[in-house]
Write a protein that binds this ligand. Sequence first.
Ligand code: NAP
Length: 520
Amino acid sequence: MTHLCVAIFVTDLAQAQRDVAAAAEAGADMVELRIDELTDATLVADVVKAATLPAIVTCRPTWEGGQSTLTDEERLDLLAKAAEAGASYTDIELETFGRAGGLPGDGGVAPREQRAGVIVSSHDFAGRPARLTTTLSELYAAPADVTKIIWTARTVRDNLEAFEILQRRVKPTIALCMGEAGLVSRVLAKKFEAFLSFAALKAGGGTAPGQVGVADMKRLYRWDALGTKTKVYGVVGSPVAHSMSPAIHNAGFDEVGFDGVYLPLLVNEGYESFKAFMESFVPFEGLDLSGLSVTIPHKENALRYLQEKGAQIEPLAASIGAVNTIVIDRTDGAIKLRGLSTDYAAILDSITAKLGITREKLADYRVAVIGAGGTGRTAIAALAHYGATVVVYNRTFERAEALASEFNGRSGKVVAARMEKLCDSCCQIYLNTTSLGMHPNVEQSAWGDAPPTLDAESVVFDTVYNPMKTKLLAQAEAAGAKTIGGVEMFVRQAAAQFEVWTGKPAPVKTMREVVERRLA
Ligand code: NAP
């Protein structure tokens, strides 16, 4: 069993009692009491005695990233008192261990029954330790019960090394990566049967960089449902920390009882970073990576990578030039990759559902696409494919022209127009794919304060979803037009990914509620 351990900085007895109680209520089954700031052995004993969960007691010195300025001897004395008072474990740095030549309070290795379990630990806040293998051997050689090695992930690939350590462990082991890229190791510690993973009492708090809040570990990342066979999914992008995709997919997995977990995967810009990620994560034994969402800045990289690998690619995704979904099929031990775009279908289906028409009927419509970036391109390719007449408006006119000449005549007609002319446009559908109006610039609208003539038959679709009702949509509503918000597209593209990965109908209602709750 992998413990979910909430790390608590102790300042006084009442605060420690409160925080331990809150950790228990949030679902932790262990706490780490960081007594770095304490110097009074009686207080340490009281804090330990009052803890209602099994406790690890740690007095981390400043030279190992903690706050204690006590000598080794003084810290070991405090830990000995903690052990006497009933701590389940004490955590001692490898370096302290080496200098002390044994366990706290006894000058050597005491009989097991006389002491708490001992965790021997090593931390590197700067990055992957240069002597990782040697350090690990030294940790294992120490007469401790649990080995703990923690470092700051330089890239998401460092997590794999933590998993390898867990796979080859010779005793109960904690191997975690700190920082944003290390989140993967914190959640998947349970899949790889680590001794524990740490969580913060509150999101954004904690005792080490990158600790996830205990409530998010339990609910958002499905801690209780995780097992060794859990399939792993994630969103590859940069930035990904605030992506809503983990919330929407994990809620979907929960709802249908699918054994999967979905994580943010921070992969730096550039094709080489994307390729290195794919080459290391996809084949990693035991990870069961089964599907990926791809977001900015990797949608084009994903297509290129899949093309290089000779993977199956949906034709329209190839003509759009971007893939937002990768399926990793591991049937019979062979790995097969498939790339598709659920973005274009989400755009088309949001419109056709609102109008109650088939995709083919789009050929009767004239659509203003505002924006010529990635989403604009997807919309133009998809609408033109079904024969719509598309007018592309963009701040940088040359980009609109380039897209018009690329997609004109494939099925529908595509022309470029100057942004200044947007308000004189006479289209039935307006589709904003720019970031205008997105939080915090909520006072912006692609139309400024002068919308074109709209009526009850007009459709106005804003792909921006934060806020849910943009100024553009409010203007459209005021003019009596039909409106479609960005949440509609977001939920549809996610639902299509969910279905292609799980083979189950997506619980769309739950997925939509999760997004709306987060945005509200
Ligand atoms: P992108 O490739 O960077 O394109 C941005 C577009 O916005 C470009 O056309 C750019 O014009 C235009 N733009 C940016 N700032 C502007 C300004 N101040 N005034 C006028 N035009 C401006 O971005 P993207 O990937 O297409 O994403 C664009 C938006 O789509 C996002 O902000 C997001 O809200 C939305 N989106 C929604 C979903 C969903 O599921 N609902 C999914 C993806 C994207 P220039 O060419 O002149 O720079």
